[in-house]
Design a protein around this ligand. Structure first.
Ligand code: TYD
Length: 140
């Protein structure tokens, strides 16, 4: 599954900590959009979609949350709880974010602008599209 946990360089001194992220260097794509989730209510699960081409890096810059990742063939869960860790998620991966701590702020760096047509929001459609991808791949 094409997901990678990054550990960003921390610049710390007696004043505190700082993390700097540059596109195409620390982040493996051009950053076209930044958004963040906060005040997420207890027991809420968000996401429930995959992207046809978008790549993202998720950083829980405060608090913690968990992410379920699913490429149609396997599933895995990743915890985000450090402001210097980033979770890279390639396209074609179903994701659900959950277990948000009350103070969680989840920052998302995205490789493209918001385009609803890039979303696959129905899990059965996702499974079908992933299945087709694998059949094509096996046939090559
Ligand atoms: P939504 O897609 O439901 O968030 P998630 O899938 O991560 O739980 O987005 C919530 C609302 O915000 C929805 O009305 C679309 C809007 N939105 C934007 O306008 N721009 C964006 O970049 C994102 C991610 C969402």
């Amino acid at each position: 599954m094409h997901v990678v946990k990054y550990v960003f360089q921390q610049h710390g001194d007696e004043r505190g900590m700082l993390v700097a992220l540059e596109e195409c260097k620390d982040i493996p794509f051009e950053i076209k959009r930044v958004y963040y989730l906060y005040d997420t209510k207890k027991e809420v699960r968000r996401g429930f979609h995959a992207h046809r081409s978008l790549e993202q890096i998720l950083i829980c810059i405060h608090g913690s949350c968990r992410v379920l990742l699913d490429n149609g063939a396997e599933k895995k869960t990743v915890s985000l709880e450090k402001p210097y860790e980033g979770l890279y998620i390639a396209n074609d991966i179903w994701r659900e974010m959950y277990d948000f701590s009350p103070d969680a702020v989840l920052l998302v760096l995205a490789s493209d602008f918001y385009r609803e047509e890039d979303y696959i929001r129905d899990y059965e459609t996702f499974k079908r599209e992933m299945g087709k991808g694998r059949e094509n791949y096996d046939g090559d």
